[in-house]
Design a binder for this molecule. Sequence first.
Ligand code: NJP
Length: 238
Amino acid sequence: KDQVAIITGASRGIGKEVAIQLAEQGVKLAILGSSDEVHATKEEINSKGYSDILSFTADVTSENEVDHVVHATKNAFGRIDILINNAGIGKFKPVEEVTVEEWRKTYEVNVQGVFLATKAVLPQMKKQKFGTILTVASDVSRYTIPEGGSLYTSTKYAVQGFMGSVAQEVRSYGIRAGTVNPGMVDTYFADSSQGDAEKEKWLKVQDVAEAILYMAGAPKHMMIDELHLHPIIQEYPR
Ligand code: NJP
């Protein structure tokens, strides 16, 4: 109650469902996405009767755009309690086919984006002596994907290391930082569509959003570093 959350990548997929569930809990929201679709998401949440929501077309790879969202949220709502670093992209192909441009772009969104948003909220969270920063990494941040996953997997290992280090750096301020690590989730990820028949047994966005709300809603004295979840049909090489 009376909490304020920023969610990156909330136009659709997991981020959108997290926004819906947090709104239902009475949390004030700032949602951002790189496309204008984010404003349609805001309208949809408004139409469910939740009005404390701001939407921003902002690219997580841009320091200026991320800083703008954070300042505007602080000005509108007075505080920032939760940051959900959810925006992410994936390209899956054999390593020799990955272009330098794809490598750079994926690192910019999946790793630099997490760094920029985390950096931007910390001054306010330190002032409040409270905050929760959660990054949607991946179950591949402790395993590997047999084929075509080298680029994506390496970005998720990177944010795992980043978040773990940040958690140690900021815990004396009452700030928690952790990762939620889903396996296959039925979303629009990697140019797919939500609701595809072959994804019937995959995790649903509701499953992942509930895990995120559980972590974000943990008692103030408690910290959940990592939560891993995947569909029971999914096996990993170990
Ligand atoms: O994917 P999708 P998910 N700046 O494509 C936004 C991780 N994950 O919900 O930019 C700002 O439906 C985009 O909005 P827009 C995955 O790595 C997934 O599955 O407006 N926002 C959209 O809202 C990622 O970290 C699976 O087009 C940007 C959202 O990101 C997270 O889950 C498995 C942006 C992507 O929605 C959410 O992905 C796994 C930018 N530059 C981890 N670029 C899975 N689905 O199977 C994109 O292990 N967005």
